[in-house]
Structures are given as structure tokens and as C-alpha cells.
Design a protein around this ligand. Structure first.
Ligand SMILES: Cc1ncc(COP(=O)(O)O)c(C=O)c1O
Length: 361
């Protein structure tokens, strides 16, 4: 069967290697997965309890409108319920936005080293992709603005960006917001929002009342530790959400995910613990990588982009043999880097010790 030309040229998404796969290959137990920016503490105990209690109800279809989750999010975020769209991961929200608003021939702008799902969803729809260079590995909003044409329909900004961990700050964002024409959608992907502690980091929810064509996307996969359940959300104008609701599958978010996400929102202390563990992990990485004289990009999220200054794949493979899964990011145009998610303290130590041995060889 011949696929659409736009699909034939797509570069496939390469996920982190699953723990079970490496354990099978090596015949070992206790692999450390530091490849997919997950929460090493796991889900909140409240989310686990909600899941256990939910098990006997999975014979029923989920609430297609995600009523309770929207109610709780609306209260927490201070946005009206009808401005919320819930997805099977924030990935699906990104895809629903594209399927609702993009036509073949429209232009989508994103950064050279930005999250790879943007080219995947836009190119699959036959859109032209316009790439903004990121020489210092952060989004360059001035450059993005200069690329806007009459055909531009959407601009993607990952803030913080994956895999670089860099952010755009409030001043630049406000400058950008004033200049991008209203008919262009600005989608800000804030998957790592809860980890950021920079005082200049913009909370884009504050700008929705001033700009109709703004979409904020967040997730329960990262700090909330629910990546396996797949639940994320978007905030947009009520009108935009009403169109997106026509496009999405009627039961796109499963009921277990809804129950766990609701419970996770009640557990502020788990979020605080996760943030603190992440801060400690980052501090440890800074210190140890400096000792090893290995470069890295300062990150506002839960991972570091480590610059080995050479092909990282042999190091990645040697780490695998030591039972540590990281992620080479050649697919992002970063040919000398490995992305490493912060783990539990013992996992961070294990990574550093393994890296030390490998680099000494
Ligand atoms: C920047 C960014 N956006 C979105 C996602 C998608 O997350 P999910 O679909 O699990 O919500 C990720 C996952 O790694 C990410 O890094």
C-alpha cells in the first residue's frame, strides 16, 4: 500500500528503550531508565489508590467530556471549564490542534531542536514546515517572527524545550505576542511547567484573555508521574475548544487516567517532593559533570542535555551494558549530545559512575 507522500517522508519518533527490553537483552534486573523524562518517584499514592478503586469500573466507557477532571483543572488553573481540552497525553492535544486548524499548504514554524512531535503532526497533514534555527539551543523568537508569512498558521514553542531544557522568558514572550498576527496560532507546550523555578518564566495562562489564538498545553506525564496512563490538557478559547471537540475521538481519555489525574491534582505534597528531588538531582549532575569535565546545557526541566563533544552512540551503548538507559538525540540534529533524565539519587550516582568508567577507557 502506498502511503501519502507527506507520510512517506516522515522521520519516525524513536522512544526511549523500555526497561523490560534491556532486561531481556542483558538477562539482568534493576535497569535504570533515564531516557524519557518520567518521574522517578512514580505516581502519587493518592493516584495509585484512585486507580485501585477504579479497577472494577473499567467495563464502562469513560466520561467522554472528562467532566470531573475539567472541573478540578478549572478550579486549580483559574480558567473556565469550556476552555479546556483533555487528551490521551499532551501529544494528542498537539495533534488535535493540528487536525482542527491546519490545511495542506499551511506553514507551521518550529525550532530546529524543538520537540519532534511538531514536525511529525504537521508534516503528516501536508503542511510546509518552516524551521527556525536555534544556534544557542533556545527558541529565537525574533527569528520565528521573521519567518511568519501569509501562509503561517501555527508557531510551536516548547517552554521548556525538550531536548534542550532551555526556556524563553517573559519579556521576549510578551514582545513576540504583540507582534505575531492574530490569525496565527501560538502553541506553547509547557510539559515541564511544574519544574521551572526561574522568576522570569512566563505562565502563558495569563495571556489568554488578551489573545484568542493562543494554546497552552500541559501534561500529567511528567511531574505527576502518570506517563503510562496518557493524559494531558490544553487551554484555548472556548470557541477553539468547541471545534477541537468535533475532531477528537469521543472517548479519547480512558477512565483510569481520568480517575488518577483527578487524584494526582489533590496531592500537592507529591508534586513538591518531586520538584525537590529534581532540584537535588540537577545540583548533583552539575557538580559531577563539572568534575568529569563533561559539558551540559543548563536545564529548566527534569533532564540534562550532556555534550560529549563526539559521537554519543558508543557511550550510550556502553551505558546500556551497565544497565543505564539514556537517549541519544541525533534525530533532533544534536550529534554530540545525550539526553539524561534525572532519576532517584542512587540512579544518578549509578549514571555518573558508569560514565566515569566509560570515559576513562
Ligand atoms: C515538550 C514535550 N511536549 C509534549 C510531550 C508529550 O508528553 P505526553 O504526550 O506524555 O503528555 C513531551 C514528552 O516527552 C515533551 O517533552
Amino acid at each position: 500500500m502506498e502511503p501519502k507522500a507527506s507520510v512517506k517522508n516522515l522521520i519516525p519518533y524513536v522512544p526511549g528503550k523500555p526497561i523490560e527490553e534491556l532486561e531481556r537483552e542483558l538477562g539482568i534486573q534493576g535497569v535504570a531508565k533515564m531516557a524519557s523524562n518520567e518521574n522517578p518517584l512514580g505516581p502519587s499514592p493518592l493516584a495509585k489508590k484512585a486507580l485501585r478503586e477504579h479497577v472494577s469500573k473499567v467495563n464502562l466507557y469513560p466520561d467522554g467530556g472528562c467532566f470531573e477532571l475539567k472541573r478540578k483543572l478549572s478550579e486549580k488553573l483559574g480558567v473556565p471549564e469550556d476552555t479546556l481540552i483533555i487528551g490521551n497525553g499532551s501529544n494528542e492535544v498537539i495533534e488535535i490542534v493540528a487536525r482542527t486548524f491546519l490545511e495542506p499548504g499551511d506553514e507551521a514554524i518550529y525550532g530546529r531542536h524543538a520537540f519532534i512531535v511538531y514536525p511529525i503532526v504537521t508534516q503528516a497533514l501536508g503542511c510546509s514546515h518552516v524551521v527556525s534555527e536555534m544556534p544557542d539551543l533556545t527558541h529565537n523568537l525574533e527569528d520565528m517572527l521573521s519567518l511568519v508569512t501569509e501562509k503561517t498558521k501555527i508557531i510551536y514553542i516548547a517552554n521548556p524545550n525538550n531536548p534542550t531544557g532551555t526556556i524563553v522568558r517573559r519579556d521576549e514572550f510578551e514582545w513576540f505576542l504583540k507582534r505575531v498576527p492574530e490569525n496565527v496560532i501560538i502553541l506553547v507546550d509547557e510539559a515541564y511547567f511544574e519544574y521551572v523555578d526561574d522568576p522570569e518564566y512566563p505562565d502563558t495562562l495569563r495571556y489568554h484573555s488578551a489573545r484568542e489564538s493562543l494554546v497552552t498545553v500541559r501534561t500529567f506525564s511528567k511531574i505527576y508521574g502518570l506517563a503510562g496512563l496518557r493524559v494531558g490538557y490544553g487551554v484555548a478559547s472556548a470557541e477553539a475548544v468547541s471545534y477541537m471537540d468535533r475532531v477528537r475521538e469521543p472517548f479519547n481519555v480512558n477512565s483510569a487516567a481520568q480517575a488518577a489525574a483527578c487524584a494526582a491534582l489533590d496531592d500537592e505534597s507529591h508534586v513538591a517532593r518531586s520538584r525537590e528531588l529534581n532540584r537535588e538531582g540537577k545540583e548533583f549532575f552539575r557538580e559531577k559533570l563539572a568534575e568529569l569535565e563533561v559539558g551540559y546545557i543548563e536545564s529548566h526541566a527534569n533532564f540534562f542535555l550532556v555534550d560529549l563533544g563526539k559521537d554519543p552512540v558508543p557511550v550510550y551503548e556502553a551505558l546500556l551494558r551497565d544497565g543505564v538507559i539514556t537517549r541519544p538525540v541525533g534525530g533532533y540534529g544534536l550529534k554530540t549530545h545525550l539526553r539524561v533524565s534525572f532519576g532517584l539519587a542512587q540512579e544518578n550516582e549509578r549514571f555518573i559512575e558508569s560514565l566515569r568508567r566509560i570515559l576513562r577507557r
